[in-house]
Each structure stands twice: as C-alpha cells, then as structure tokens.
Design a protein around this ligand. Structure first.
Ligand SMILES: [Zn+2]
Length: 733
C-alpha cells in the first residue's frame, strides 16, 4: 500500500529522499522450489517537512510480514549480553522513584523468542510477551516465558485489562503498522508512574555509519529522539531520558513516561541539541546521504568485480534481512556470490529473496571461499573473534558497510606498497645499530644464519650515536648498502617519564645522526625501529599504521613517542628529497634472550619470568598487577628478526610488526606456572591497575609478505626462561 502522508502527524508535505528501487520484502526467505514467487514492492523513504520524521512510503501488509518470520533474537551472544545490560538499566531507571516495585510487571512488545524477557525474569520480574509470529512465540513458551500470540494494538490492550510498571519494545517499534493504535495501547497499559522503554535503530548513527541497509520493509519508521518525542507528544507521553548503544550499528534507547511524571534528564537534552545542530532535522542531510549510498554501491560492486576478474570465489557471511536490501540494491546474484553462510538454523535450505542466493549453514560449508562478503557487519567484533582462524588461514573478510569505528581502517591492499621489492644480495653490506640489545642480537644472529656474509653489528661500545662526527666516521668507513637502525635510548617506563628532556634529546640526536649519515653515503634502504609509543591513545581497538598522526602520543611516554615520530618524519623527508627508501617498524611487546630483566619497571614478559625465578628460589608467591586479563601481542625476538628482514625486502613506510597472536597477561603466568609444575602461588593484585585492557597492532601489511611466526607463547617463554636461568649472573636490569 502506497503511503501519501507522514506516518507521524499525517502531513502531506513529504518528499522522497532515499530510493532503493523495487525489492521483495527482506525476510521472505523461501525454499528453493518457490524461489520465483517473491513479490516486490517499492523501497523508498520519505522526509516530512512538518515533523522531520523519516518513514517508508510503502507498507507491505503485516499479515505477509509478521506471521511467520524467521529472525530469532537469541541467536547471537552480543545481543543476549546487550539485553541483559539494558534490562538492568531499565529497572534502575524505573526504581529511581520511590514507588514500591518489588516485583515489577514487565510487558514486552514483539517479544520474539523471549530472550529479552528472560533477563527481566531472572531479575525477579513478572513477565508477559506479545508476539505475532506463532512459531517464534512457541520457542519462548517452551523456555517458560509467558507469551501471547497477537498483534499489539488497542484491541489487545482492552482485552488484556492489566497495568504494567515497565513496557518494553526492542527493535520493533518501527515495525508497527498500527503505530498510533499501539501508542494508545501503551498509554492504556502503563501504570501511572510506569515507564515505556523503546529501543530503536538510531537514524543519526545509521546515516553516520552509512548503514543504509537498515532500510527494509519491516522498518516503517526511522527515528531520531526528536522525531520520536514529537510523535508521542499528542498522546500525552514524553521521552525523559535517552542513551545510545553500539548494537546494530547504532541504536537508541528512549525512556518514556506520561507527561510531567518524570524529570527530563540532561543527557537527553544534549542528544536533542546534537540532532538539531548536526542538521538531522533538515532535508538536505538526507539528500547528501543518498549521494553517499550511491557511492557505497559503486565501491561495493567494484570490489566484487575485481575479485571475480581475479578468479576468486565469494560467499556472503550472514543472511540478515538487511543483507537483502544491500544485495538487491547492489544488484548482486549467484553470479557474484555463491552462498550466504548463516548460523540461524531456521534459514536452512532457503534462498534469499530477490538475489536467489542459497543460504547454507556454517557446518554445510565444504570448501572455504577466497572472500567472505560480510552482510552481518553489525556483529563485526563477534565475527572477528569467531572466525579468527579462518582469517589467519588466508580467507579475506570484506565489509561493504563500514561503521565509523572502522571507516579509517579500510583493509590494506598489498599492491599499493609492494611495488618496492628489494632483494638483498648475500654479500651486500648490512649495518645494524643497537646490535647488543634484545632485537639487535636476535637480528644479527638471524641474518648470519640466513647466509648474509657482510654484517656490521654496531653496539653502544663501538660507537656513540649521539655524536655526529662519530656516526659519520663509522658510516663513511663501512659504506653500508642497507641499515637496520635498532638502537634507542630508553630508561624504562619510570625513567622515560622522569628524564623526559634527556630521553627526547638523546633519541632525536641518535636518529637524526643515523638517518643523515645513511643518506650521505647512499644507503639503499633503511629499516628503523619505531615504537608503539608513537600511537595516540585510541581506546581498545586494533591500531592501524595510518593512525599515527591523528592525536598526540600517550602522555606516559610522550617524549619517547615524539622522538620516534620525528624519526618517521625525517625518513619520509629523506625519501622525498634524496630517494632513500625506508621502513618505520612499529612493534608491541617483544621479548626474548638478552632482554632487560627488571622486577619493578621492566616490560611485562621479562619481569614476570624474573619474578617466577625469584619466587621459586625464595619460596614466595608471584604477585601480578591487576586482573591479568589485559590483552597484548607478545612477540618473540627471533620472529621479529624474521619480520624485519621481510619488511626490508618487501614493504615501505610505517609498518606494524608483531606475532599476530593475542594473549592475556595471565597466559604468560600459566606458561610459567607449568614450567614450575604449578608449585608457585600466583596472586593477582586487584588493587593495582590493568593498564589498557587491550592494545595491539593490525599486521595485515606484514602478513602480506607471507610472514608467519615460528614461536608461539609457550615456546617463546620457555626459551627465554632457559636463557635467563643460564645467564642470571650477567643480565641487564
Ligand atoms: Zn510528519
């Protein structure tokens, strides 16, 4: 049915802003023999010039859409956790007033398989669900969640004749065809001081994240907090609080009460202001968005076309409803994508509407494709963990929709950088600075073992790199072809902070002298050791090389970080003015023989190994700061040596290096415990901080050289421990 008026206030001043063509309804997964029977309908969104609401201009009848749908919310872990958190928050907000809500009555509209209500039930609430799809409702009933099979509207409310402290509608409030009837029903069923909590896909995040595929026939309305509030206004309801969540690529949670019942929260007013100030109440915003959507289509199709021309096979990852919006708008079929791989068993033996791509379950995949085209992009983090092994084995995961978190991290394309292949001859002259340190010794040994015969290891005893004349003299004498510049002046975490100026001066001098001398004698290429300290503090996400300059380096290592950044700038300038090729290697936690072993201020691996050794000797427990759950990439020095040679020969520019393994601090303790037959007591000191819970670097570029580490954590720790035992009297601390 074509809609000619705004769904909010029935204004006819509407304008189509987003047009995704004619499509079947996205949930119409059918068995293969009925694949040609899907009907199609216009999929376009109107903007209302009166109330700024965005809504679909066509309604597929609800009897078609909601009587037998196959979305089961319990199927992802992310969602289950999300429901738990939001249930707790909703009850907290409900109980902010002093009403006696010892056993609150909760009604969930569109309760699906009862996943959300189960959380409330576990929290001691009396629960009731309303669900229109009988097959899904029966799952809830089997799980002990009281559920009525019905459409939610005024009639339902009148028949029920009960009051609820809390009414929730999660991911369904935009579905409701009988929107106005539903709002009246909610008002009717809500106890005087009760609250209505609605979770919706948040239009502002949809636009910011490019998530146009959230537009499908079941989503009749696309809300901002402002437009939702305007809609509720005439029914005597108002939003009094609101939060935003990352789930589904950006969701909003609005807390609604009868007008005047609850105090309007400040954080909600901030959201209202933000929506207005960033232009979301004006039509121009959505004209811009349509342009972006066309652009996403061009890019997404181009990727597929290129992959196919290279003979690669592509499967879709996930068969979500929104995936069909994307596939049909992109005009993709089985010619481009062979299967959609899904974990929801209800989609087994079906084909996706429109594209007719067959859906298979994960365990039905007999041969992995070259590329997974990820349609369930909103569960990216969950998928990256679930499919880490697959990704490590070389299967590529492509995300056609990039949320803001990932926009600046578009996947690395090897061709862009691999043009600078260098083949070092076995008798080329190779100079290594910092050759007596952790990485320097490993690299020197590795190059010798690899058959290179003209190696010049340079330690601080051989040359004071702070002295320019000294450095010039060494370079002029040796005239190296290649340089690995590993040397740096560090004083540990405490020292680098205490002697900030000295650290800055000495490192700037060392790096500047080495680079200057190298280009003066015509070095072909230099690999210089940077440090993770160059990165700004960007939270817990993986760090990519192009993020070095987007903020100041972390305060605790600012001087050291700045000196390394200057080296990167110097290398880039030398390349552009003198043509000297370079790699700036950025590493995380490297460990191995010849490390500095300090109990208090050392890096985590050597200090832990040392602690276990002392604990065993003196019969003491081992004390570890924090929960031990912080995650890092720990790389063994010999693997890093191999990585340095590979990047010298294959890459240019800033390159992250590491093992690619992610480990908790407690994993190190576990390896060490087993070395000592679990006889040493390990205590986690929870009063001490963990530091950043997760910090590691994306190593796609390094992996493009076919790098594979040879040492897993157990092997690396065991070797380092052996070395420490043998050299305990001669270690650097
Ligand atoms: Zn309107």
């Amino acid at each position: 049915m074509k809609i000619n008026k705004c769904r909010g206030w029935f204004s006819d001043q509407i304008e189509t802003v987003i047009d995704l063509g004619v499509q079947p309804w996205g949930n119409d997964f059918r068995s293969k023999d009925k694949k040609d029977e899907s009907e199609t309908y216009p999929l376009a969104v109107d903007f209302c010039h009166k109330c700024s609401l965005l809504s679909l201009n066509y309604t597929v009848p609800k009897e078609i859409m909601f009587s037998d749908h196959t979305y089961v919310s319990g199927s992802t872990e992310t969602l289950t956790n999300h429901f738990k958190e939001t249930a707790i928050e909703a009850l907290d907000i409900l109980n902010e007033t002093n009403e006696n809500n010892k056993k609150p009555k909760v009604l969930d509209i569109g309760s699906n398989d009862g996943t959300h209500l189960k959380q409330f039930k576990d929290l001691g609430c009396e629960v009731l669900g309303v669900e229109s799809a009988e097959n899904v409702a029966s799952i809830a009933q089997k799980n002990g969640i009281n559920t009525k099979v019905a459409y939610f509207n005024e009639k339902f409310a009148n028949d029920l004749d009960e009051r609820f402290n809390l009414i929730t509608a999660s991911g369904v409030f935009f579905h409701l065809e009988e929107l106005h009837s539903a709002i009246k029903a909610i008002k009717e069923l809500l106890s005087p001081n009760g609250i209505f909590v609605v979770q919706f896909i948040y239009l502002k995040d949809m636009v910011d994240n490019g998530a146009f595929d959230q537009i499908y026939h079941e989503h009749l309305v696309y809300y901002l907090f402002t437009t939702l509030d305007r809609l509720l206004d005439s029914y005597g309801l108002e939003i009094f609080d609101g939060t935003k969540r990352e789930i589904h690529g950006g969701s909003g949670i609005a807390y609604i009460a009868k007008k005047g019942q609850r105090k309007i929260k400040k954080r909600l007013i901030t959201i209202f202001d933000d929506e207005r100030d960033s232009g979301f109440l004006k039509v121009e915003k959505y004209h811009e968005w349509m342009k972006e959507i066309k652009d996403i289509k061009i890019k997404g199709r181009k990727f597929i076309k290129n992959a196919i021309s290279e003979g690669k096979t592509i499967y879709g990852m996930g068969a979500p409803v929104k995936g069909n919006t994307l596939l049909n708008y992109f005009e993709l079929t089985t010619k481009e994508i062979k299967y959609l791989v899904e974990i929801n068993p209800m989609r087994k033996n079906t084909v996706a509407p429109g594209s007719n791509i067959p859906v298979i379950l994960e365990d039905e995949v007999s041969e992995q494709p070259d590329i997974y085209y990820c349609l369930a992009w909103n569960f990216r983090k969950e998928m990256e963990i679930r499919y880490a092994d697959l990704e490590n084995s070389g299967v590529d995961f492509y995300y056609p929709v990039l949320t803001n978190d990932y926009k600046n991290k578009a996947k690395y394309v090897p061709d862009e950088v691999n043009q600078n292949k260098t083949k070092i001859k076995k008798n080329d002259k190779i100079l290594i600075t910092g050759s007596s340190g952790l990485v320097g010794t490993a690299l020197t040994k590795f190059l010798i073992n690899s058959g290179f015969s003209n190696i010049f290891p340079l330690s601080s005893k051989d040359c004071n790199l702070i002295d320019k004349n000294n450095v010039d003299k060494v370079f002029n004498t040796i005239k190296p072809d290649y340089v690995f510049h590993i040397a740096a002046r560090t004083l540990g975490l405490g020292g680098n902070l205490k002697y900030q100026s000295d650290v800055l001066y000495e490192n700037v001098m060392i790096n500047t002298n080495v680079i200057n001398s190298a280009r003066n004698v015509g070095v072909k290429k230099i690999v210089a050791m940077g440090s993770g300290c160059v990165y700004p503090d960007l939270g817990d996400d993986e760090l990519y090389e192009d993020q070095v300059w987007i903020g100041p380096p972390h305060a605790s290592q600012a001087s050291y970080g700045h000196s390394k950044r200057l080296m990167l700038a110097d290398l880039e300038a030398s390349k552009s003015q003198y043509g000297m090729d370079y790699v700036f290697a950025i590493s995380g936690n490297i460990y191995g023989p010849n490390d500095t072993f300090n109990l208090n201020y050392g890096n985590v691996v050597p200090s832990l190994i040392y602690k276990f050794l002392i604990a065993n000797r003196d019969d003491l427990p081992v004390n570890i700061w924090g929960t031990g759950k912080a995650v890092r990439d720990f790389s063994y020095s010999e693997d890093i040596a191999y990585a340095l040679l590979l990047i010298m020969e294959n890459l240019s520019g800033a390159i992250n290096i590491g093992s690619g393994f992610k480990h908790k601090i407690s994993d190190i303790a576990d390896v060490l415990s087993s070395i000592y037959d679990n006889k040493i007591t390990v205590e986690y000191d929870l009063s001490k901080p963990d530091g950043q819970m997760s910090r590691y670097y994306n190593i796609d570029k390094l992996i493009s050289t076919d790098f594979k580490p040879s040492f897993d954590l157990e092997k690396g720790i065991t070797k380092t421990h052996e070395w420490l035992c043998e050299n305990i009297d001669n270690i650097r601390t």
